[in-house]
Design a protein around this ligand. Sequence first.
Ligand code: KIV
Length: 354
Amino acid sequence: MLGLDKLKNTASQKWRRACFSVNYKGSTKEGQACTISPGVPEIRQALSAQGGGALGDTLSSTPIGEPRQKITVATLKEKKLRGEPITCLTAYDYATARLVDEASMDIILVGDSVAQTMLGYENTLAVTLEEMLHHTRAVRRGVKHAFLVADMPFGSFHVTADDALRNATRFVKEGGAEAVKMEGGKKRAELIRRVIDAEIPVAGHIGLTPQSVNLMGGYKVQGKTLSAIEELMHDAIALDRAGVACIYLEGIPREVAAMITAEVSVPTIGIGAGPECDGQVLVFHDIVNLNFGPPAKFVRQYGDAAKLIRNAVEAFRSDVLSRHYPSDDESYHLPKETRQALETVLERKRSMRS
Ligand code: KIV
């Protein structure tokens, strides 16, 4: 039996040679995966030896065996099939995006939570398409390996399907996003299908959808009654059938998230949706204590950037006030010859005055 690494290398080497005999499946449940034709039995055999099932027939089109793999839609699907957790964090600017990418996150989401975290709006409704594009471009410049998803803001896909398609295209063309995220379940399925038909991967988002805050009457956990659970299941299945790359599940009971995760073929990424999801996402500002409010129940803080920044800013201010900053070492100096010449000139002026 082949080891996993050897398997990956074998598969990767054979991949290019085998491409002519690979059939792409449509934008159905299989998403962008492709099947190996009977012409490459070694690959099929090797993959089934690794666990069989659907994975045995599925290969990523990304180069495998390089120091760090570029994450694609196919990689995410493979992770679900292999039962490997998917990691996702939001980022809104170049510096943070670089750090998050360098920490090997699978997905970086330019969430419309940028509205509150970076722009100080009360909720996500106000953030504009241009603002989202501005942040997506900055994040793009910092990301090399993660799969880059950008949120379509409120109003950018709610008016007409043509507008939605045009706006989704801008995220790919101008923002460098690899997928767009749209809130909503079955009522968005047709639109999502259209966007996918235009070669743009889509991430779904159901449960507590912040863009529906006025309709929901606040940020409330969803899916708590039998009829609400049924509704959510229908939403998830509609998105899966529409061919989404993954489904974000926000603010729902873990039991419901577990049922959805078991039901759909694509990865689920949870936030406040319990541990059974295929992956987890949190908002960057929440995990480093930069949100200026009490954290939600599901937030875990992994650092205290507020404290770090406050201490740094206060120390700088205090050094300036006490003239401890800048020191001589932190100053530029004249070259020796210029300094000597300057001293001669100043000395001559002084002697002329006296
Ligand atoms: O905008 C955002 O940050 C999100 C995540 C919470 C999923 O949509």
